[in-house]
Design a protein around this ligand. Structure first.
Ligand code: MLT
Ligand code: MN
Length: 310
């Protein structure tokens, strides 16, 4: 068994975003049932309903833990069902929540060498006391079982693979050319499977394109949770909320001839779920034509608290 719990389904900033005064964010603040608020990008997975692995630690992690009883302490005066954290990149919306997990709790943190170097370089992450929190290197294309701090297997097997993307915004090197010094280990997709029965899914919250090799890897999968940051590439420019395209930010867009819906059309993926949706993306709104369009193409928009069992 593989049980997934979406902790946060929005991209960086969440929905509503603190400084967004657009119509969608206003609807969310007004508790419009078609504009459900969403916290920032994170997924929790368990194989035994006892120990959970958090995939990406968002700045909203404290609220996400409080909102989900499965992640509440269960026994003794100090306890957490969270055994480990796996990071798919070094974006602030995926690592800032590590700071919430201080308090000397035993944990394992898995990331690529590149992302580990971000944690190493920023001494604030030393609040995760190395006596209790072990950082473990995740190598590309080498499946491993996620283990807790003691080394006991969680039953969850992960394989990280490079996907087209971009180095975290705060690490961009403008002098390094068009890709800002991005390297393959900066952004990974994760294949998550159950050791015991082989149930499998893919978690790809950030992805700039779907080259043939990646499409082949995802083809026929029972479940893919995929980057749903923007509906269209220039959406933030058109709305007057930003100057960057999705491509510039390392995200392919949902719609259009080169978009995600088109790219997945013939891949035979059984269940397709958008995650990491930006507050500007109209698929966040349950009554929008864009939400209807993704539904027609067989996609769902994840919501916080969404549970999927494989
Ligand atoms: C992204 O997903 O592009 C980043 O999280 C953006 C950011 O750092 O705000
Ligand atoms: Mn992000």
């Amino acid at each position: 068994m593989l049980r997934l719990l979406v902790l946060g389904s929005a991209a960086g900033g969440g929905f509503p975003q603190w400084n967004s005064n657009d119509a969608a964010s206003r609807r969310a603040r007004a508790k419009d049932p078609a504009a459900t608020p969403r916290t920032q990008s994170s997924l929790a997975v368990t194989c035994d309903d006892r120990r959970w692995v958090i995939f990406n630690a968002s700045p909203d992690l404290r609220q996400q833990i409080n909102d989900n009883p499965a992640l509440h302490p269960k026994n003794g005066v100090r306890h957490s069902p969270i055994a480990a954290v796996v990071l798919s990149n070094g974006d602030v919306d995926h690592i800032a929540g590590l700071l919430t997990l201080r308090e000397s709790h035993p944990l394992a943190v898995y990331a690529t060498e590149r992302v580990l170097s971000v944690l190493h370089t920023n001494s604030i992450f030393n609040v995760l006391n190395p006596e209790h929190v072990e950082r473990r290197r995740m190598k590309l294309n080498e499946p491993f079982e996620v283990c807790d701090r003691k080394g006991d297997g969680t039953g969850i097997v992960v394989e990280a693979f490079a996907v087209p993307g971009k180095v975290a915004l705060y690490l961009e090197d403008a002098s390094a050319g068009a890709n800002f010094g991005s390297q393959p280990e900066d952004t990974v997709g994760l294949c998550i499977s159950a050791r015991d029965n082989g149930s499998q899914c893919f978690y790809v919250p950030g992805c700039a394109a779907l080259p043939d090799e990646l499409a082949g890897r995802l083809a026929g999968a029972p479940l893919v949770l995929f980057d749903g940051t923007l509906w269209r590439d220039d959406e933030m420019i058109v709305a007057g909320t930003g100057s960057k395209t999705g491509r510039r930010m390392g995200h392919m867009s949902v719609s259009g001839a080169e978009g995600t819906m088109a790219a997945f059309e013939n891949l035979g993926v059984k269940r397709k779920v958008f995650v990491h949706m930006n507050n500007s993306n109209p698929i966040l709104l349950a009554d929008s034509p864009e939400r209807a369009a993704i539904a027609r193409a067989g996609w769902e928009a994840a919501h916080d608290g969404m549970e999927i069992t494989l």
